[in-house]
Design a protein. Structure first.
Length: 76
């Protein structure tokens, strides 16, 4: 089965970018593909590296979920 992963990184929900994303998803849902989305503005995580690059910070649940979607989609 074919896969589609849509990643929308634009922060404004009322943007043209968001409208395009929604239109694409609406059109794709009628096809026989598996679709997943990552909407960056909806993710809950701390973008600050508390320890810089001195210590590995654990990823928050939303980032782990996004990571799994990217692994699911990868085609190589």
């Amino acid at each position: 089965m074919s896969k589609i992963l849509v990643i929308n990184g634009y922060p404004n929900e009322e943007s043209f970018n968001n409208a395009i994303t929604q239109a694409y998803l609406e059109g794709a849902k009628d096809s026989k593909v598996e679709i997943k989305t990552i909407i960056i503005r909806e993710l809950q995580f701390n973008p600050n590296l508390a320890f810089g690059y001195q210590k590995i910070s654990e990823l928050e649940p939303d980032l782990l979920n996004a990571q799994e979607k990217i692994k699911w989609f990868r085609f190589w």
